[in-house]
Design a protein around this ligand. Structure first.
Ligand code: GDP
Ligand code: IMO
Ligand code: MG
Length: 423
C-alpha cells in the first residue's frame, strides 16, 4: 500500500476514521501525528461502534501497530481512560500494539481551564473549541514551557516542573476570575495516569525508522481537517496544529521523501462544527441531515453545521496537501435530493475567486457561485461497486473529484466497513 498520509480535505469529520479502518487492513502501522483528544473518529464494525479520540483507529485491527507520535498533545488521564474503554470492549491494547512518543506534549488541567476561560471571555466571537485544552497546550509547546511525556516518566522531575507551571497558570486563571488548581490533586492524578501509560512510552521516531528499514507500510491518520489547520485554515477559527499533510512528517519524524501518497477524505457535502466562516452553509440541508439522525459531533455531541459541497475549498486542500486521490464519504446522505448544488467559485465584490481568501473576514464576505446537478433519488447504501451506483451519483462523484483536482479511488455509502466502494 506504500506510506500513505490521510488528511481531511474540509473542516474535519470527513469520515477519516472509517476510511483509516478500511485501509488499515493493508497497512502495518497506523500513526497519529498531530492534534489531541479534540478528534473523534467513528468506526463501525458489525454491530459495534467505536469512537477513537487519540488512539489511532488502526487499534481495531488485530496485529497492527499503532503509534501516537511526537506531534500530538496528550492528556494522559484521557488516554488511560480511552485504553480502559477499549479493553472493556474486548479490543486488545498492549505495548505490543500501541506506542506513545516520549516527546509528545502533555495537556494539563490548566490548559483546559484556560481554553474554557478564553472562550467565555470572547463571548460571541468565540472559536467554539472542544474545550479539551488543545490551544493552550500547543501554546506552551511553542513558548517552550510545556511538559512532555518524558517528564511524566520521571515523577520527581515532573512534580518539580508542575509546581512552577501551576503557580504561573493559577495567576493567569485568577485574572479571568477562575478557580485556581490544586497542585496535589493534579500531581496525584497525572502520576497515576503516567504509571498506566509507562509500558507504552518510548522513542517512536527510532521505532518508525526501524520499521521503514524493514519495509513496513505506514498509514498516517490525520485528525481535524485542512481548514482547521493553524497555518492554512480559517484563522483564528482553527485548531492549533498543522492538520495538512506536512504535519505528518514533523509530527512523526518520518521524512517527507519517505511518504508515497496523500489521500484526501471529503464528504459528498460539507460540514463544520464550531464557529467561523462557512460559505456554502445551508440550513435546509442541515435540517434534512439532522432529521436523518446524522451530523452530530463525535466528541462534543454538538449538531454540525451543514452545507453544499465546496470545491473552492477542496481545490485549495488538494494544493496544500498534494492530494493524489480522494475518498468521498456520506454519498448516501444526498440520496433523496432532486437537485444538488456544487460551489465552483466564490464572488467577492466584483472578483471571482478560484481559491478561498486567507482572511476570515473576507471569506465571510464571499458568496458562492454554484452549478447544479440532478440528484439520483434512490438509495445507494447497498451498492458494492461503482457500476451499481445510479448514473447521476457516479456523475456527481466524478465532478467533485475533478473539481478538487484528484483521482476518485474510494466512495463510501454507509458507516460500515462493508459499505465502501473501491474504484
Ligand atoms: P472523522 O472525524 O473524520 O473520523 O469523522 P467522524 O467519525 O467524526 O464523523 C463521520 C460520521 O460519518 C461518523 O458518524 C461515521 O460513522 C459516518 N460515516 C462515515 N462514512 C459514512 C458514509 O459513507 N455514510 C454514512 N451514512 N455515514 C458515514
Ligand atoms: P476530527 O479529527 C471537527 C474544531 C472545533 C473548533 C476548532 C478548535 O474528528 O475531524 P480545538 O478544540 O481544536 O481548539 O477547537 O476546531 N475541531 C474539530 N472539528 N472535527 C475535529 O476533529 C475537530 N477538532 C477540532 O469544533 O471549531
Ligand atoms: Mg470527527
Amino acid at each position: 500500500m506504500a506510506n500513505t498520509i490521510l488528511v481531511g480535505a474540509q473542516w474535519g469529520d470527513e469520515g477519516k476514521g472509517k476510511i483509516i479502518d478500511f485501509l488499515t487492513e493493508k497497512a502495518d502501522i497506523v500513526v497519529r501525528s498531530q492534534g489531541g483528544n479534540n478528534a473523534g473518529h467513528t468506526v463501525i464494525v458489525g454491530d459495534k461502534k467505536y469512537v477513537l479520540h487519540l488512539i489511532p483507529s488502526g487499534i481495531l485491527r488485530p496485529g497492527k501497530k499503532c503509534v501516537i507520535g511526537n506531534g500530538v498533545v496528550l492528556d494522559p488521564v484521557a488516554v488511560a481512560q480511552e485504553i480502559k474503554g477499549l479493553l472493556e470492549k474486548k479490543v486488545k491494547v498492549s505495548k505490543n500494539n500501541l506506542l506513545i512518543s516520549d516527546s509528545a506534549h502533555l495537556v494539563l488541567p490548566y490548559h483546559r481551564a484556560l481554553d474554557e476561560q478564553r472562550e467565555l471571555s470572547k463571548g460571541k466571537g468565540k472559536i467554539g473549541t472542544t474545550k479539551r485544552g488543545i490551544g493552550p497546550a500547543y501554546g506552551d509547546k511553542i513558548a517552550r514551557v510545556g511538559l512532555r511525556v518524558s517528564d511524566l516518566m520521571q515523577p520527581a522531575l515532573f512534580s518539580e516542573k508542575l509546581a512552577v507551571r501551576i503557580k504561573e497558570n493559577n495567576a493567569l486563571l485568577k485574572t479571568f476570575g477562575a478557580k485556581p488548581l490544586k497542585f496535589k490533586e493534579v500531581e496525584a492524578a497525572y502520576l497515576e495516569a503516567g504509571e498506566k501509560l509507562r509500558p507504552f512510552v518510548g522513542n517512536t521516531v527510532v521505532f518508525l525508522h526501524e520499521a521503514l528499514k524493514a519495509g513496513k507500510e505506514m498509514l498516517f491518520e490525520g485528525a481535524q481537517g485542512t481548514f482547521l489547520d493553524i497555518d492554512h485554515g480559517t484563522y483564528p477559527y482553527v485548531t492549533s496544529s498543522n492538520t495538512v499533510a506536512g504535519g505528518a512528517s514533523t509530527g512523526s519524524g518520518v521524512p517527507p521523501h519517505r511518504m508515497d501518497r496523500v489521500l484526501g477524505v471529503m464528504k459528498a457535502y460539507t460540514t463544520r462544527v464550531g464557529e467561523g466562516p462557512f460559505p456554502t452553509e445551508n440550513d435546509a440541508l442541515g435540517d434534512l441531515l439532522h432529521g436523518m439522525g446524522r451530523e452530530y459531533g463525535a466528541t462534543t455531541g454538538r449538531a454540525r453545521r451543514c452545507g453544499w459541497f465546496d470545491a473552492v475549498s477542496t481545490r485549495y486542500a488538494g494544493m496544500v496537501n498534494g492530494i493524489d486521490d480522494v475518498a468521498v464519504t456520506n454519498l448516501d446522505g444526498l440520496d433523496t435530493l432532486a437537485t444538488l448544488k456544487i460551489c465552483t467559485h466564490y464572488k467577492l465584490g466584483r472578483k471571482t475567486l478560484e481559491y478561498p481568501p486567507t482572511d476570515a473576514r473576507e471569506l465571510q464576505a464571499c458568496t458562492p457561485v454554484y452549478i447544479e446537478m440532478p440528484g439520483w433519488q434512490s438509495p445507494t447504501h447497498e451498492a458494492k461497486t461503482f457500476a451499481q451506483l445510479p448514473a447521476n451519483a457516479r456523475a456527481y462523484l466524478r465532478k467533485i473529484a475533478e473539481l478538487t483536482g484528484a483521482k476518485l479511488t474510494i466512495a463510501s455509502v454507509g458507516p460500515d466497513r462493508e459499505q465502501t466502494i473501491v474504484l
